[in-house]
Write a protein that binds this ligand. Structure first.
Ligand SMILES: Cc1cc2nc3c(=O)[nH]c(=O)nc-3n(C[C@H](O)[C@H](O)[C@H](O)COP(=O)(O)OP(=O)(O)OC[C@H]3O[C@@H](n4cnc5c(N)ncnc54)[C@H](O)[C@@H]3O)c2cc1C
Length: 480
């Protein structure tokens, strides 16, 4: 089934415990600071029902209709379709409540099936039963991966850690389930989701096997508590801390419970899908930024200047490269022969995330350079509305004739917003810090092929199938 926006709003009234800026939030849908996020999230459900989007957003199978988000990706085209959905939502100012969790579900499903094949465990069936439940109930779902970690040099169970709960762990095993304790940090849109897909953020060794845990937990479960991001930093609860205070998880929702050798696979499988999602929504954001750069250059009458054009050309490259790598990562998917899952090209998806994150501050530098100082010193919206000050602002903050001062101010305010520390930190760290992509790239790059390419160029023999028996001498010769 697919949920209506109204059903989604009701689903947030499940007794969840939420704290925001010193208050205990009694009712998420009507909490004033959450209005925008609630509307944004509900809009995803609304849009999915509109005739012009229904076919893109949903799947018809055996007489049932369910959200495409919950379909197992089997082809590169499936991954690309998910990108289309994410970009459509981003353009329409909607979405969020399924953004990360679908990657969590697919990452966990792939890892669970792979582990089952290796160990003879039976987690894959549980994940697929959970997926079926998602198809039938259409929840908002988010991935709860990042642990607070404490001393990053130490493993989770190291006795030198200040306490044992820097990573979510199993504290009790019962006949019918497990009890988990700990915290997950920065979990985007989780206050507006229904389900948390919990999975490890890193590898764990045998001494830390209780930290190798993955499960699904409903947001209203006893012991789950959300502490929203400071509203002064990011609006609407943003990316909260989630406390798991001795939370019971029934066996059917447990997808990893101590098989420590596989915790890394859970983390990396999720990241592989999630970095594709990152490149996908980021492209829409970068189109916006490139547009702001061009608009303010036009407002300032500077589009003829070579130095401004150079920066604008860079914006076009920055934006379109992100999309090109995202599209390539989806369409050059690897279809896993064991599980049938389509996974984004591992190298391309990491390149895409690294590329946009590593260049973000350069983009902001250019944006601020083109905009000029007024991007940091402009009067407030209230002064624009005040009839005593508006005429001065209107007169002196105008630019090239033909553009209104109001438009110029809107563009400048947006440039200021994108320049925030929050946006910089989000771009660098969300979906994994830069070193996480470098590590993945180092591990996934085809070094044998690269070495063979170098050997072949040097006329050193190589057994690599792509270069074997290739002579570097030109196959075509000039007549003697
Ligand atoms: C806005 C935002 C939204 C997010 N949304 C989500 C979400 O929805 N779900 C989720 O699970 N997570 C989310 N994250 C978390 C994100 O994935 C992490 O912030 C990221 O993985 C970095 O982890 P960290 O913040 O603990 O920083 P750290 O891992 O502490 O990184 C800080 C620096 O230390 C370095 N470092 C860390 N450990 C080591 C080490 N052992 N040796 C050497 N160097 C090291 C890193 O390379 C980096 O340079 C979000 C983050 C942000 C900012």
């Amino acid at each position: 089934m697919i949920k209506t926006a109204e059903q989604y709003i009701e689903s947030l009234r499940d007794g969840r415990v939420v704290y925001q800026n010193g208050q205990n939030v009694k009712d998420v849908p009507t909490f004033p600071a959450y209005k925008q996020m609630v509307e944004r999230s509900a809009s995803e459900f609304y849009i999915a029902m509109l005739p012009e989007y229904r076919e893109l957003f949903n799947v018809q199978e055996n007489g049932e209709e369910y959200s495409f988000a919950y379909k197992i990706p089997k082809t590169g085209e499936d991954l690309q379709r998910r990108r289309n959905i994410t970009q459509t939502l981003s353009r329409l100012g909607a979405g969020g409540s399924k953004l990360t969790g679908v990657d969590g579900l697919n990452g966990v499903a792939y890892a669970a099936h792979t582990m089952d094949k290796a160990l003879g465990t039976d987690y894959g069936k549980r994940v697929e039963a959970y997926r079926k439940w998602c198809q039938d109930n259409d929840p908002g779902i988010c991935a709860a991966v990042s642990d607070p970690k404490g001393n990053r040099e130490l493993h989770a169970a190291d006795s030198k850690q200040q306490h044992k709960d820097f990573y979510v762990r199993i504290v009790d095993r019962k006949k019918d389930g497990i009890v988990i304790n700990g915290c997950k940090l920065h979990i985007s849109h989780s206050i507006f989701s229904n389900e948390l897909v919990v999975l490890p953020s890193r590898n764990h060794d045998e001494s830390s096997k209780d930290y190798a845990v993955s499960c699904a937990v409903s947001c209203g479960t006893k012991g789950v508590k959300f502490i929203g991001t400071d509203s002064a930093i990011a609006g609407g609860g943003g990316h909260p801390m989630i406390i798991f205070d001795n939370v019971f998880v029934p066996n059917e929702r447990v997808f990893l419970a101590g098989e420590w050798k596989f915790s890394r696979l859970y983390a990396t499988s999720f990241a592989r899908y999630h970095r594709l999602t990152a490149a996908t929504y980021k492209h829409v954001q970068l189109q916006n930024i490139a547009g702001l750069a061009r608009l303010i250059a036009e407002h300032n009458g500077l589009t003829h200047a070579t130095r401004i054009r150079d920066m604008l050309a860079w914006f076009a490259m920055y934006t379109e490269m992100t999309e090109a790598m995202g599209k390539a990562a989806a369409l050059d998917a690897k279809i896993d022969p064991q599980t049938g899952f389509a996974q984004p090209n591992h190298v391309y998806t990491n390149c895409a995330k690294y590329w946009f994150a590593d260049n973000w501050h350069q983009a902001i530098k250019y944006l601020q350079d083109i905009a000029g100082g007024i991007g940091g010193t402009m009067p407030s919206e209230a002064d624009w509305q005040n009839p005593e000050t508006k005429p001065y602002i209107e007169k002196y903050l105008g630019g090239v004739a033909g553009y209104t001062t109001e438009e110029r101010l809107k563009v400048l305010r947006a440039i200021n917003g994108h320049s925030s520390a929050f946006m910089g930190i989000l771009t660098i760290h969300a979906e994994g810090s830069l070193s996480a992509q470098r590590m993945a790239l180092y591990q996934q790059a085809d070094w044998e092929l690269f070495k063979a390419a170098a050997r072949s160029a040097l006329n050193i023999p190589t057994d690599h199938p792509n270069f074997k028996n290739i002579s570097r001498e030109s196959p075509w010769k000039l007549p003697k």
